[in-house]
Design a protein around this ligand. Structure first.
Ligand code: CTP
Length: 464
């Protein structure tokens, strides 16, 4: 009862406030105390390494030169400018003459809050060299939309107007080039365009998209520019450290649903958000990611392979053959512990007598423990989650032993189910590491970094 009251209080408090931390610490089973000069911190009885959250503006400090070449997709670049700025970036827009036919420089200046450059002869630069000045402090050049003609110019290294000129003149080591193609499907699939795209990739450019779908000309196919939010996320991913490059990661996420009859079942409140955030963070970090998801309504993170399942047994069936093909297994799914012993083929009906049906349950297989029990050569490095209501660290430690895994990530289930934020404690044999309250993607990136740190030792320990 006391814990229930504490949860309700916790949910009503501002996330991250000192009072929130104090109450959270009580639920964790850890002690909270105020450091004299360093704000508020959770102090665990054993080794505890606090890590501060990086904030919710992932492009903070990034200076993006956004180049527009001619195409209907220029309308998306207006929204893209806003998305990049919202994510913390500063945006300097450069437009070709053709781009100015589709959207005005005035619009792009208003949205980016910086004068737009359209000519290499722009006299505003004291040295008359905008093609040099614009990229020297830039974090990246993103050309969106990139027309077939503009990609051809890049492939040939031509420089007869400002945008292609600055792409050629940019310092390649410090200012990467990203290109978001936008064109008719026939133009995209033409061997000349494909040859040019291959050439710019060979020269170091990163090509984002294109997507397939309806085109401005009325045709349907490959060549649509990615949406503004997709391009924003691609850019965010581009800047993440590639800590899991070359690694393979298998993740379970969401609840499972155990059918009682065709219309009813047993499930839980897991939203899948934490597991999906980890899938996204692992993909951003360069891993090949497979996500086995229970019934949730979440979009698949870009670049992630997703397998949808419903029940615990289906989840196990999907995971087992994949486990040995992956180096890391992160079990975030809130797997239903029990399922009805028999699934009724027809809906169970009330007969008006007031009698309730007897529901016999049987235990579901433990997916994490099964994977952790595989022979060492087939076993990925396993990370479990513990969703507890109280005494988090103690219960997480018990799970570490019981499931035979090197790392259990503990969280207070009722405080995080369906929420966008969470607080994690990493429990290992020798230590506990606190990841303070933050949004789930921020925590997922921190967790991915923590997992990456632990992998080399594991690789060396594994037989070849
Ligand atoms: N897990 C699993 N298969 C199950 C049950 C749990 O793979 N049948 C995994 C979860 O994905 C999580 C970890 O085991 O990574 C712990 O899950 P949790 O539900 O917290 O613990 P349980 O083992 O179910 O124990 P309890 O419900 O008693 O806390």
């Amino acid at each position: 009862m006391q814990h229930l009251l504490q949860f309700l209080l916790l949910l009503a408090m501002p996330v991250g406030s000192p009072a929130y931390h104090t109450l959270f610490a009580e639920l964790l089973g850890t002690e909270a105390r105020r450091k004299p000069d360093a704000g508020f911190a959770l102090i665990e009885s054993t080794a505890m390494a606090p890590i501060s959250p990086p904030g919710d503006t992932p492009l903070q400090g990034k200076h993006i030169v956004l180049g527009l070449s001619g195409g209907v997709a220029c309308y998306k670049s207006a929204e893209l400018t806003r998305e990049l700025i919202r994510a913390g970036a500063t945006v300097q827009v450069v437009m070709t003459d053709a781009a100015c036919q589709f959207i005005t420089a005035a619009t792009m200046q208003a949205l980016s809050n910086h004068p737009v450059y359209t000519s290499q002869w722009d006299a505003r630069e004291p040295n008359h060299m905008p093609h040099i000045n614009l990229t020297r402090q830039a974090s990246a050049v993103l050309v969106a939309p990139a027309s077939a003609d503009f990609i051809a110019k890049l492939a040939q290294g031509r420089a007869d107007e400002l945008l292609s000129l600055l792409c050629l003149a940019r310092p390649q080591h410090s200012c990467p080039l990203l290109v978001a193609p936008a064109m008719n499907r026939e133009m995209w699939s033409h061997p000349a365009t494909q040859r040019n795209v291959a050439q710019i990739v060979a020269d170091g450019a990163q090509v984002l998209g294109p997507a397939a779908g309806d085109q401005a000309c009325g045709e349907v196919g490959d060549g649509r520019m990615l949406e503004a939010t997709e391009l924003r996320d691609e850019l965010i991913a581009f800047f993440q450290p590639k800590l899991l490059s070359g690694r393979t990661v298998l993740i379970t996420a969401g609840p499972t649903f155990e059918a009682i009859d065709p219309v009813r079942g047993i499930s839980n409140h897991s939203s899948g958000k934490m597991g999906f955030a980890i899938a996204r963070a692992a993909a951003e970090a360069g891993a090949q990611v497979t996500l086995v998801a229970g019934p949730v309504h979440l979009p698949t993170p870009r670049g992630v392979r997703r397998i949808d399942v419903v029940s615990a047994r289906q989840m196990l069936q999907a995971v087992l053959p994949l486990a040995s093909q992956h180096q890391v297994f992160v079990a975030t799914a809130a797997v239903a512990d029990w399922r009805p012993a028999t699934e009724q083929e027809a809906k169970i009906k009330k007969d008006g007598s007031g009698q309730v049906p007897a529901l016999a349950l049987v235990e579901n297989p433990d997916i994490l423990a099964t994977v952790a029990g595989l022979p060492i050569a087939q076993r990925p490095w396993c990370v479990g989650f513990a969703a507890e209501s109280h005494d988090l660290v103690r219960h997480a430690r018990l799970k570490l032993e019981r499931k035979g895994v090197p790392l259990i990530v503990g969280n207070i289930g009722p405080a995080t189910f369906g929420q966008d934020h969470n607080t994690l404690v990493l429990v290992e044999q020798e230590q506990e590491t606190q990841l303070p309250t933050a949004d789930k993607l921020t925590l997922a990136r921190q967790l991915v970094a923590q997992i990456a740190q632990r992998l080399p030792a594991l690789q060396m320990a594994k037989p070849a």
